[in-house]
Design a protein around this ligand. Sequence first.
Ligand code: UDP
Length: 415
Amino acid sequence: MTTRLEALDPIVGATVVDQLRRMADRLKPLRLVHINSTRMGGGVAELLIGIIPLWNELGIDARWEVIQGDQAFFEVTKAMHNALQGFKVNIGNAMLDHYLEINRMNAAKLDFDADFVVVNDPQPAYLIQFMREKAKKWIWRCHIDASKPDRKVWRFLREAVKQYDASIFSMPGFAQNLPHPQYLLYPSIDPLSEKNRELSAEEVSAVMDRLGIARDKPIILQVSRFDSFKDPLGVIEAFRMVHAHTPCRLVLAGGEATDDPEGPRIFAEVQEAAQGDPDIDLLLLPPESHYEVNALQRAADIIVQKSVREGFGLTVTEAMWKGKPVIGGAAGGIMLQIRNFRTGFLVHSPEGCALRIRYLLRHPEVGKRMGKFAKEFVRNHFLVTRNLRDYLSMMLLFRSPESGDLRRPGRAVVL
Ligand code: UDP
């Protein structure tokens, strides 16, 4: 049977996979643990689903642990998430105490003995305080657009983060003042996953029929959790401006992440805004709908990700990998991915978004050309093999006695 690494060979090139094997060999034996707060829904879960089996194929003993929390815990962590992305929020001391207590309870339950632990995002950030001795090196990976965090919330979180041996951010602009090295690593997608693997035209049609989406007009799609930072209302506004003159259909597909309690409220707002328009399809998908999202992205003519804040935006990468032109909000990691006018368009407002949708509807050949560039851009920069290589480089740096200079506190290192 072909292994996943062997199957990646023809996509990324045999030398890439060979290099990963050689790097991993230099680290073995190695016990690695990734920790986050949800097994399904959102970009971090997506990333971990793809990466864990590959670590194990490389001979690294990798585990994925998920912390548990109650509704009140996820209310606090979502508020923290919003605050780190620059929103004004009110988080009282009782809420912070509850957050700490849940971290303490999870630390008591988690049982591992690791060389490296990668802790993702704020939800489990304080675990280190209660279980430092369980791993030799602790790395905090921030997937959020932390360029202008709320100072009070960041001060609280920084008390935990500064205990780590290093942190990872997705863009240079997100790096913080911290007493340890900060690495810049882009997230990635797995081209072999249910979400991204090739599908036949028949498979795509069958899913569209099953979801009840007509293909009578060009389809504009946004796939996102229902979250105000993803600006679904702005997408509807842009769509209406275009739809008034040009036949097209809008599909807003989103699911719920167990660590995001705001979803139902935003979904209700979106439902209200879309009401009465037969050309807007709202899809509330179960979290395991990877195959359906894949088919939707392949069926779409134009993909929009009109976020106003975005750590990275894996949905953009996924769409680009499928050869689609993407219109993205000029925010965070979307700006790393979309080369304006080459692999898609960056926009700042619903009006700008409408202008670009209209242009691509009128010039489908330009969209096709952009999609081709976009796919190659993803192949070169945003596939899981590159993420693995970056992690391996970082861990080798920690192991190497000559790399003291690169690991100096406060240094930002681009791998
Ligand atoms: N996603 C999904 N179903 C949904 C909504 C999103 O599978 O209904 C996936 C999406 O395809 C992507 C991830 O969740 O892989 C979202 O990652 P992104 O970085 O775009 O946003 P986040 O939710 O992490 O802010």
